[in-house]
Design a protein around this ligand. Structure first.
Ligand code: ADP
Ligand code: MG
Length: 682
């Protein structure tokens, strides 16, 4: 008897050659085959009357062939079969290209279903190359037809036939990984029904049931799997950190930490005292003061006689952290060093030596921190800033520099907690849900490009008062899709310099510049050597120029809400009232709604939730290579409620039966899904 790991080539009706074609789609086993889900469906169930066909729309009609089909050979390689079909409401002219056999297969007086794109006019309705079959034997019309992602050499037909064979082959061997009790409690259909109807839905309702069940299953397994990862992690023991008097640190700060910052610090310190490695994500809105939470942890760690490292995604951010933290921490007896790509070879060597000997307590830098030659004497804590810019592998490299160092990840992408759980795998999450006192919210406006002149005047006024401005455009170079020069940073900056602000200093920066050039431009802006910085989203991440008071975003419709929020976070960091101006000519209702959200709220979490609601989780996932196993059907944006339900069910099961003894199929599946994932997840 076959099992789900059977090679597809051994499945009846598939064979060597088709197996090879399927292989191109990543389908190797029976499980792969039946889990190759449609990307969409074509609902062919509804038939229309001929009179109701609308040219340009795809639809089906049941019509009788009124005259014997004719065939004409136009030229070599082009045969046309033509016929006229009728129903009570009208006539339809049907043409088939190069399907000569149809001449003898379609008979006058018989009724067939024709499914295709209606053409012609309302007076002369036509279809070319429709799908056709006898009314009494509807296999490919009259159904909701799956549409699979394809590759060269594999057609929809081949796929649906193969999958049909696959489903037949595993009719009796599909293990149900959902325990019966869970299935009943959550009104989920059986596994056979789910697989059958996700591929070949009997009806729209059946498809919904199938989808719901499979999505639930994924989220359920996922939740249990994550729980397992957490437990696995806790098996590691490290010497617990001892208590440290934090007072000297707190008194050295120029301000009092907010309650939220204090809470996050407490949570992190508790982790480090626990005897198992910390794996914590600190999430906080832009400007919520994540850096100081990290600094507190560094202080705690170093006072426990271990080294700490802070890794930032760009040189400029690393420098910024160094200049912000080193004076404070040096005063407290912590020896700091900056190590980046542009550190001279000689300095690098000396820093590396001091890290190895333990003379340096705290290293701040870019990925230079994790290059092979750098060795730490006793690395106890690794902090990564703005983590979504880092690959999982890089973080793992850094962690490997110590013996299970504590890991603190700081992220400025506020995301709903459920999603955080999934996105960040097995990290514990702390949230800084409070801004330091006295912040003035950034005043935000959404306008059309008719306001450009007024926006320029406004920038001029603010620069006159000593402030600086950012102008963000979404594209680096011109391309055909975007002929407007405004969208091209370089051109736009030149134009602004020459025509609008000849007396001011306009600089530009974009992602295609060399890191050194980029950093130089950013540094000049930070030092107020330039007034206006035209840029792409490269400035999105963490840069702190408190004197910048206005952020203009061109073609704002091209950005996601969370991204707009990040960009806006670049201003309002100093004592000056700051402004964000979103320019968009897009009249699309959804766009207007999104931009309105920006003008109404400055709460990053609210914005993220709205973003998720409006656009789905693609953006959150897009920036990150994730190793999320087995989420094919579940849509994290739309299925939030289902996720909660599945999480509840998983927790309940784990509470009753932590080792999953009562449901071996579940345990086995999770084992299979998560063995690989454990290495790629955070
Ligand atoms: P982010 O969370 O965006 O990384 P930062 O750590 O860069 O925020 O902090 C933003 C600014 O707020 C910095 O200038 C920092 O010195 C200041 N700051 C941080 N915490 C406080 C606080 N509790 N009170 C006042 N200012 C603070
Ligand atoms: Mg920051």
């Amino acid at each position: 008897m076959a099992d789900l790991n059977t090679d597809v080539r051994y499945i009846k009706g598939i064979g060597e050659q088709r197996a090879k074609a399927l292989g191109k789609l990543g389908i190797a086993t029976l499980r792969d085959l039946i889990s190759y889900f449609p990307r969409a469906y074509d609902d062919r169930t509804q038939l229309r009357r001929i009179a109701d066909l609308v040219p340009g729309e795809t639809a089906g009609v049941a019509a009788m062939v009124a005259s014997p089909p004719t065939i004409s050979h136009i030229r070599r390689g082009l045969d046309l079969v033509k016929l006229r079909a009728v129903d009570d409401t009208g006539t339809l002219d049907v043409t088939f290209f190069n399907q000569a056999w149809l001449k003898n297969n379609l008979h006058q007086g018989e009724t067939y279903v024709f499914y295709g794109r209606a053409e012609g006019s309302l007076f002369r309705r036509q279809m070319s190359n429709p799908v056709v079959e006898p009314e009494g034997r509807r296999e490919i019309t009259g159904r909701i037809v799956p549409i699979y992602p394809l590759t060269a050499g594999v057609s929809q037909l081949i796929l649906s036939r193969s999958i049909r064979q696959g489903l037949t082959a595993c009719a009796d061997i599909l293990p149900d990984v959902l325990p019966d009790q869970v299935r009943r409690e959550h009104q989920l259909c059986r596994i056979e029904y789910a697989y059958e109807n996700i591929h070949f839905p009997e009806s729209a309702e059946a498809l919904d049931l199938a989808r719901r069940r499979l999505a639930f299953e994924e989220l359920f397994l996922f939740t249990i799997g994550l729980d397992r990862l957490r437990q696995r992690r806790e098996v590691v023991h490290v010497p617990p950190c001892g208590g440290v008097d934090m007072e000297p640190f707190y008194s050295a700060l120029p301000f009092t930490l907010t309650d939220a910052q204090r809470r996050c610090v407490e949570e992190a310190l508790a982790d480090m005292r626990s005897g198992t490695p910390m794996n914590r994500l600190v999430q906080g809105d832009v400007g919520s003061g994540k850096t100081m939470v990290a600094a507190a942890c560094v202080y705690f760690c170093v006072k426990n006689s271990r080294q700490a490292a802070l890794m930032a995604p760009t040189e400029i951010l690393a420098q910024q952290h160094y200049h912000g933290l080193a004076p404070l921490l040096e005063n407290l007896g912590i020896r700091c060093a900056l190590l980046t790509g542009s550190t001279s070879a000689k300095t690098k060597k000396s820093i590396a030596a001091q890290l190895e000997s333990g003379e340096i307590d705290f290293a701040i830098g870019t990925h230079a921190l994790i290059t092979g030659s750098v060795v730490y004497q006793n690395l106890g804590l690794v902090v990564t800033d703005e983590q979504h810019r880092f690959g999982v592998a890089q973080r793992a490299d850094l962690a490997a520099k110590g013996d299970h160092p504590h890991i603190l990840v700081m992220s400025a992408t506020p995301i709903p907690r459920t999603l955080a759980l999934i996105l960040y795998g097995d990290l514990d999450v702390s949230v800084i849900d409070q801004l330091p006192p006295g912040r003035q919210p950034v005043e935000t406006f959404a306008v059309t490009s008719r306001y450009h002149q007024r926006v320029y005047n406004f920038i001029r006024k603010l620069v006159g008062e000593g402030r600086q401005a950012y102008i963000v455009c979404p594209m680096v170079e011109e391309n055909e899709e975007l002929p407007d020069e405004r969208k091209a940073v370089t051109e736009y900056a030149k134009k602004l310099q020459a025509e609008v602000f000849p007396d001011l200093k306009v600089a530009f920066v974009h992602g295609k510049m060399k890191p050194k050039e980029k950093d130089a431009v950013m540094a000049a802006f930070a030092a107020h050597e330039t007034d206006i910085l035209v840029s792409t989203t490269v400035i999105e991440v963490g840069v702190d120029v408190p004197n910048a008071a206005v952020m203009v975003i061109e073609n704002a419709e091209r950005f996601g809400l969370s991204q707009l929020h990040q960009l806006r976070g670049r201003v309002g960091r100093g004592k000056h009232q700051s402004y964000c101006i979103l320019i968009s000519d897009n009249q699309n209702e959804e766009t207007r709604q999104r931009l309105k959200v920006m003008t109404k709220t400055s709460d990053g979490f609210k914005i993220a939730e709205e973003d998720l609601r409006l656009r789905g989780p693609g953006d959150f996932f897009g920036q990150r290579q994730h190793g999320l196993p087995g989420l094919k059907v579940a849509d994290l944006g739309c299925d939030t409620k289902l996720l909660q339900e599945a999480q509840e069910a998983a927790r309940k099961l784990l509470a009753e039966d932590p080792d999953l003894r009562t449901c071996p199929a579940t345990a086995e599946r999770i084992q299979a899904l998560f063995t690989q994932a454990a290495d790629t997840l955070n």
